[in-house]
Design a protein around this ligand. Structure first.
Ligand code: DC
Length: 231
């Protein structure tokens, strides 16, 4: 059986924290695919190409090859590197969050990034992957899928906390607006919209701590035979 657990959901639903903890418990790798879209958005921004669909299309093969060659995500901490350059904090800014969501609407971009995402995961012995379309498009054959939700207010609070830890300040109202607009864009897009897979388990995490969500996910992993009973 394919050893992949997919965790999809909107911005700030807690999917990366939870995925990281579940992976640690299982001794599997953790992959957060949003970081790939964010890195691509940063590269396109630095090349002055954001917003110019034709230029992006003309250069996409080159950009994706560059990224696939140098991109590295620490499979425990989730820290992101491009060659020697660490991008972990830079790609989490609200500016890049918004740009990544725009870049992610493009069908050709998604098509080119699909094998990059699958390769990382299929080369390893067990992975917890988070994103928007993990359960629907990238790993439709995954044996265990989750969709995490939480209220916009709670998600904005979590993101503010995360940004503050990185030394970035944003107001709650500004962030709520950014999150709502991004949710709408991610859910309404024509290709691979953010929707729960038909076989996904939806968990509302508004009132749940990450540890409680992790416990639930581990319970299902055991029930589905993804981990030996003694784990
Ligand atoms: O998960 P995240 O907030 O880091 O993702 C940033 C953006 O990237 C998100 O707004 C939409 C896009 N994304 C996507 O379209 N598909 C994925 N599998 C992951 C992210």
């Amino acid at each position: 059986m394919m050893k992949v657990i997919t965790i999809d959901g909107p911005a700030g639903s807690g999917k990366s924290t939870v995925s990281q903890l579940v992976a640690l418990e299982l001794g599997w790798i953790y992959v957060t695919t949003g970081a790939i879209y964010r890195t691509l958005a940063l590269l396109l921004h630095e090349a002055g190409m954001l917003g110019d669909k034709q230029s992006v299309h003309n250069a996409i093969e080159r950009f994706v090859a560059f990224l696939a060659d140098r991109y590295r995500q620490d499979t425990r901490s989730g820290r992101v590197f491009l060659g020697d350059r660490e991008l972990t904090n830079e790609i989490k800014s609200p500016f890049i969050s918004e740009k990544a969501s725009f870049v992610a609407q493009d069908e050709l971009v998604r098509q080119k990034l699909l094998p990059v995402q699958r390769r990382v995961v299929l080369e390893c012995n067990g992975a917890v992957v988070d994103g928007r379309d993990m359960g629907t498009v990238v790993f439709p054959e995954a044996p265990l899928k989750f969709f995490l939700t939480a209220s916009v207010e709670e998600r904005a609070r979590r993101r503010i906390h995360e940004l503050e830890k990185m030394g970035q300040t944003v107001s709650e109202s500004e962030l709520s607006k950014e999150i709502s607009e991004r949710d709408k864009r991610d859910s309404d897009r024509k290709v691979a919209p953010m929707v729960p897979a038909s076989d996904a388990i939806t968990l509302d995490c508004t009132q749940l701590s990450p540890e409680e969500v992790v416990k639930t996910i581990l319970k299902y992993s055991l029930e589905r035979g993804l981990v030996p009973k003694c784990k």
